[in-house]
Write a protein of this length. Sequence first.
Length: 219
Amino acid sequence: MDALTLIIGNKNYSSWSLRPWLVLKQAGIPFREIRIPLYIPESKAEILKYSPSGKVPALIDGDVAVWESLAICEYLADRFPEKRLWPADIKARALARAVSAEMHAGFGALRQHMSMNCRKHLPGKGRTPEVLKDIERIRTIWNDCRARFGKHGVFLFGHFTVADAMYAPVALRFMTYAVELDSVCSAYANAITSLPAVQQWLADAKAEIETIPAFEMYA
């Protein structure tokens, strides 16, 4: 079987790229990585070679192309059912899909004012009233998932699932902006950021030389 190919953007900034990349890494699924720096004149043309939306990430599996982070994760869960990328229990799986979709569609204030920036440490920045509401909602989600379905492991549903990949960039944001967390959320965020795969992503991000001014609002 030919290895999958994942098209991603800058690791320092592209939270959407991190999500399926982390799923592949944690599941031990071999893949080839193509990184296309974003927001430069040739970016769109390069991305369009792989993704009809002109955006990253995109997954290429033979003659199948899947673009958009959550769709890629769903495809991987279907393609590799033995990897248990969703919880087996139907109630847990429903909640995992719901909180993943909520992350996918929501938290606009957090994205705007606390953009992912792995190379920076920005304590106290970005705390608008709307961002604080987003943070509180995320705390509630993490506590609820851990209390109901996470007792047999360190992740939201015990073992690592797509839901953890969806919230991994949030854990990195909380680290960058030094967001205050309760003990449950702090332990969960630490479990995510301590993963060898996430540490590899961070090392790669810090080695990048590109800077995107739009995501350096607190420079």
